[in-house]
Each structure stands twice: as C-alpha cells, then as structure tokens.
Ligand binder design. Sequence first.
Ligand SMILES: [Zn+2]
Length: 350
Amino acid sequence: MPLYELIKELSESSGVAGFEGEVFDVVKRHLNGFVDELYSDGFGNLIAVKGKGKYKLLVAAHVDEIGLIVKHIDDNGFIRFAKLGGVPDHVLLGQRVKVHGVKGVVRGVIGCKAIHVMKEDERKQLVTYDKMFIDVGARSKREVEDLGVKLGSPITIEKELVMLGNGLVCGKSLDDRAGVAVLIEALKRASPRHKVYAVFTVQEEVGLRGATVVAYSVKPDVGLAIDTTIAGDHPEIAVHEAPVKVGFGPVILVADGRRDGLGGGLIAHPKVRQWLVNLAEDINIPYQLEVVEGGTTDAAAIQLSRQGVPAGVVSLPARYLHSFSEVVSLADAENLVKLLVKAFESDLPI
Ligand SMILES: [Zn+2]
C-alpha cells in the first residue's frame, strides 16, 4: 500500500486523547502478520514487538489527536464542549464535527453568533471557544440524547486528507498519524537487529501520559519518539522562530521544551542524536537539525523513566500544526521510513 493511502486512512480515522479505539483498529489491521507480538497495556497503549537480540529499542508514535469532548447539553439541544489537548480557539469556528455517541457518529457544526449582529468591538475580538457551541440539528436535550450523545462523548473534526502540489498532503491529525504511518511502514519493511518495541501511545496531547507508563513497563535501552514539528517555511512566521522546512528531510531533534529555557522538554542524548545523524548520512537522505521552543514529545517522558533512558526524536516538518489542516511532505515521510528501517537494522548507540 502506498504511504499516501496509509496516511489518509489514519488521518481520517477518529481518536481524541482517551478515545483512540478507532485508530487502533486501523493500526492492528496493517500490522497483522508483520510483527512477532502485539498487545495492549493497562493504560491503553498498543505495543508491537519485532525482532530478537539483547537490547530493546522503544519507538513511540502517538495515536491520539487534539479534539473536543461534550461538557453540557442545553435544553434547546445545543452542545457546549471542553478541549482535549492544545486546540487553538481561532481554528474551531465553522468546523464540521463528528460527535461520537453510543449509537454511532452524529454530525454537527461549531457555531457562534453571526458577524452581522456583532457590535463593532466584538467583530475585532477573537471568538473564544466558551462562546461557541455545537449544533447537531436537534431541538431539545432529549433529541440529542436520543441520538446517543451524552456528557463525555468525544468529538473530532471532520476533514478529508487531500493532495496539494509538490507531493504535499493536507489533513487533520497528521500530528501524529503521519508518524504512526511511518512507524507501521518501517516495521513492515525492517528485519530488526534488536528487539524493537513500536509503541502506539495514547494521551500524548494531554501530557505524554501513555509514554510515561509504557517506558516503565518496557524498560528500553534506547528510546525514540516519531512525531511532527513546526515548519516555518510560510508567510507570517520568521525563519528564526521555526527554521525547519517541509520537504527538506526528517528533523533530528537537538533540544525542545514547552517553556522559556526549554523547560519540560528533552535534550536529546548526544549519542542518540549523533547515531541518527550518522544513519541519515549512511543512507544518503536529507535531514535537518532543530532546537524548538513551544512543545515536546513522548521522548521527554521516556528519558525520565526508571534510572533514565538515552532518548531522541525524529520528526516530520509540518505546517499549521494543531489547525486541523496540517501539511506534510510525502517525500519527508518516505525518507523517515528509510531512516527508521536503518535504525532498526543497525547497532544501538549504547
Ligand atoms: Zn504530536
């Protein structure tokens, strides 16, 4: 199956943090017959093991996406919601959504009052999510409940993955379904030299929760996260804010963090970082290095497990992260598959 098809299927499946079941169905179907072991842990992570050997390499790609959850249904049948993960308010308005009720998917739209009736100063202000609601076409709370929707039902954005020019694809949840697709494809192609624990982690977007527990149970010798990172190759962003570019190869992380001073993030283990650089050069693929502020990955949790785990990150550069219309390059994804296959088939940096 071409990588494009796999990315499309994963991008269009639904799985906000804590409700990742549908994505796992896709992952399991594609891994069937290609791995030695496939199991879930008590928290909900899916773990695929391939290869023998003395050392364990844990590779994490998160299956959860940012989204929403039903918080309240009013008497007139309108739904108020809370966010699951870092959803910017300004990308929500007008989105069509899928509310995942117990009787199946219910379509809806995120509404707010029309611009025509906004006062002059209101028009200039960002409409915040607490001023928005979801309209599923129901006339009462009872009608909403009859559709199977109730407090706690997860909500995803409805978005088809499409091709843009120059081998770029645009869709929702490419953070990190593009990474999930890459990990599946690499597992299929590789004959690992060590024990690869490919972990499809849950609840990354709400605080690296799945990676935290799985790193403890697997006890890896080396940890890697496969994720997406901020590309700055478009208008209204300065090159020094996000120097990596879409289409210029996978990104090998030097350091990241959520706050000033790179707090809460990861300083990639120098041996792991250099190992990835050497592998990329060995197979002659382009790569980019980065220091990034404003986010981190599962690797930040993995490195702190038990007595510490040497950890690193390889990412796909992505435009418009957390916008429900993220853009990545298929060429970058293919090169990242090659890099991972090489990593699986090479000695670990320990
Ligand atoms: Zn991510």
